[in-house]
Design a protein around this ligand. Structure first.
Ligand code: 5RP
Length: 222
């Protein structure tokens, strides 16, 4: 099976977690895109969706799914999104697609986080995937120094020869060389650096359920 087929399989499995008549939170990335395509097939069963990025909002709308503002939503039973790395305990690195801040906000508003990923994303210790940190642009140097002091090597994310800008107009530092032994502690430490908007560690609020695509079928972590 290809990686895309594994992503498709978990996207299909995630439909079981959609709550009828409710609003659903939707993540960003290629796995989330497969999920949106599945959601389009059962759109009559949901009230609408909250998107974690402009790209996700556009894809939801292309399927005729109503996209609501988070501030207009009182209850959201489920948020479904991919990850760049996930541990058996449900801690994740996210933000490879640059949507980490909105993803964390929408996830925080949901009762349950369902992570969908191909099995290659499961790791014992996170840190091989560069850790994304969204920052206020003027803080680039000062935040970089603090991240280096934590043992990482921050690299400014670039696109088309220019600093990559998120949907929030901020920059991203991708931090390589970290071995993340205690994800919740590192999340708190990095979030405490002045100039950081969000760190792409989702450990304090991790996934409640992980659906991992493998050649032997969809494996569930919970
Ligand atoms: C976007 C994310 C994605 O969930 C993460 O990068 C995984 O992406 P993909 O499903 O394409 O592998 O956090 O900000």
């Amino acid at each position: 099976m290809t990686q895309d087929e594994l992503k498709q399989a978990v996207a299909r499995a995630a439909i079981d977690y959609v709550v009828d008549g409710a609003i659903i939170g939707v993540g960003t990335g290629s796995t989330a895109n497969f999920f949106i395509d599945e959601l389009g097939k059962i759109k009559h069963r949901i009230k609408g969706a909250v998107a974690s990025s402009e790209a996700t909002a556009a894809r939801l709308k292309s399927h005729g799914i109503d996209v609501l503002e988070l501030s207009d939503v009182d209850a959201m039973p489920v948020y479904i999104d991919g990850a760049d790395e996930i541990t058996a305990q449900g801690a994740m690195i996210k933000g490879g697609g640059g949507a980490l801040t909105r993803e964390k906000i929408v996830a925080a508003a949901a009762d349950k986080f369902i992570c969908i990923a191909d099995g290659s994303k499961l790791v014992d210790v996170m840190g091989k995937f560069p850790l994304p940190v969204e920052i206020i642009p003027m803080a680039q140097k000062v935040v970089s120094r603090k991240l280096a002091a934590l043992g990482g090597e921050p690299r400014l994310r670039m696109k088309d020869g220019k600093p990559y800008l998120t949907d929030n107009g901020c920059m991203i530092l991708d931090v390589v060389g970290l071995t993340i032994a205690n994800p919740a502690e590192l999340e708190a430490q990095i979030n405490n650096i002045v100039g950081v908007v969000t760190v792409g560690l989702f450990a304090q609020r991790g996934a409640n359920v992980g659906l991992l695509g493998t050649v032997d079928g969809v494996k569930k972590l919970e």
